[in-house]
Write a protein that binds this ligand. Structure first.
Ligand code: DOR
Ligand code: ZN
Length: 423
């Protein structure tokens, strides 16, 4: 079976170029194919960008244990609809991913029933409790690509130091959810004018900053790289910028909500704008964009965090943290960063493909001869309003419902198979 993607626009060495891609079975066999090459199926990509499938370094698939929010089938369909062909899922499931059996479960179910490539992330500590290191070696043999206690910080600095050393021996990237729980002190939104007006307990930005500083110091001390998840504050960005200048092996991600929304979105007690870390101030948002521009922030991740309607349809303090992310990430990034002139298209795509693949050390994020055909076709001129009722995710908790965005995924191909088509 041969498929020819004809007349699309690719980004080659940072420049847009017309391209014809030939796929045989699951592999790319030519990136400079003859437009008249013989094929069983021809996809006309005229007017569309032909890009590597997106790579998400941070999502929550909720499987096993919370399948009422999402499962591997719905989660991977949601990813495909958003243009993600490889996704790394966090271990805060039930049971948590802190042993090889759960890793094997996720990998097997994803292979059988998922429609994109799933890369599990294992826990740093047993039960995500922050005390005892997990069996990273066994989990690595079973297929994890990184470790994280995401959803929670590793509060004990000695445990985190040992985690870096231990993970470093297995070559496993360590992804840190940076939050000092004592400083968070049961807060539920960013500390500032809006939290005061709403009468809600605030989370100070320094709760994130002190932990970013700690991870940088521990990485410097151990010599082991660290990756900072969902950067949301101005000071975090500055700390990472300075650390990189000093040669410390730190990488960082942010998520579309931190460069599109501020704490103001929580007005009216909108629980769909509640997440952790919380939406911050305009100053923070601008600093995040600066960090993306100058390369301080390497990666755009979704932090896709589906929750059931009933878990959001409660008082703000009681509502679950997180928003669904797969199906809006590309369009929000394009609309806010590229269309507004902050990043080139090529810079944005790197932050959604090769950069996360490099951090996770997975061979994804590029269209290359001889490699699996994970490819998306995108119409960046297509302007539309986000409609959460159309999401493939089981959950609809997005603050972006009704937002006008540009950039629609038309086709998603994983391993040579079309897994999503916009019709
Ligand atoms: O908003 C969030 N939701 N932040 C996290 O760190 C965890 C995530 C979740 O699992 O729902
Ligand atoms: Zn997190």
């Amino acid at each position: 079976m041969r498929t020819l993607i004809r007349n699309g626009t690719a980004i080659i060495n940072g420049r847009a170029e017309k391209t014809n891609i030939l796929i045989e079975e699951d592999l790319v066999i030519s990136t400079k194919a003859d437009p008249e090459a013989k094929a069983d199926k021809i996809i006309d990509a005229d007017g569309l960008y032909v890009l590597p499938g997106l790579v998400d370094a941070h999502c929550h698939l909720r499987d096993p244990g919370y399948e009422y929010k999402e499962d591997i089938i719905s989660g991977t369909r949601s990813a495909a609809r958003g243009g993600f062909t490889s996704i790394a899922c966090m271990p805060n499931t039930n049971p948590p991913v802190d042993n090889a059996a759960v890793v094997r479960y996720i990998i097997e179910k994803s292979r059988k029933e998922g429609c994109v490539n799933v890369f599990p992330i294992g826990a740093i500590t047993k039960g995500l409790e922050g005390n005892e290191l997990s069996e990273m070696g066994f989990m690595r043999e079973a297929g994890i690509v990184a470790v994280s206690d995401d959803g929670k910080p590793v509060m004990n600095s000695d445990v985190m130091k040992k985690a870096l050393i231990y993970a470093g021996q297995f070559g496993l990237p360590v992804i840190s959810h940076c939050e000092d729980l004592n400083l968070t002190d049961n807060g539920c939104m960013n500390e500032g004018l809006t939290s005061t007006i709403l009468g809600l307990r605030g989370i100070p930005s320094v709760s994130e900053d002190v932990m970013v500083a700690r991870e940088i110091l521990l990485s410097q001390y151990t010599g082991v790289p660290v990756h900072i998840a969902h950067v949301s504050t101005k000071i975090s960005v500055e700390l990472i910028r300075q650390a990189k200048k000093r040669g410390i092996k730190v990488t960082a991600e942010t998520c579309p909500h931190y460069f599109t929304l501020t704490e103001e979105a929580c007005r009216d007690y909108n629980t769909n704008a509640k997440m952790n870390p919380p939406l911050r101030s305009r100053d923070d948002l601008e600093a995040v964009i600066e960090g993306l521009k100058d390369g301080t922030i390497d990666i755009i991740a979704t932090d896709h965090a589906p929750h059931h309607f009933d878990e959001k349809n409660v008082e703000f303090e009681k509502a679950a943290n997180g928003i669904v992310g797969f199906e809006t990430a590309l369009a929000l990034s394009y609309t806010e960063l590229v269309d507004k002139g902050h990043l080139s298209l090529s810079q944005m795509i790197d932050k959604l493909t090769v950069n996360p693949a490099n951090m996770l050390k997975i061979d994804k994020g590029k269209i290359e001869r001889g490699k699996p055909a994970d490819i998306i076709l995108v119409d960046f001129d297509n302007e539309y309003r986000v409609d959460v009722s159309k999401f493939a995710s089981k959950s609809k908790n997005s603050p972006f419902d009704g937002f006008k965005v540009k950039g629609r995924v038309k086709t998603t191909i994983v391993g040579g198979n079309i897994v999503y088509e916009d019709i």
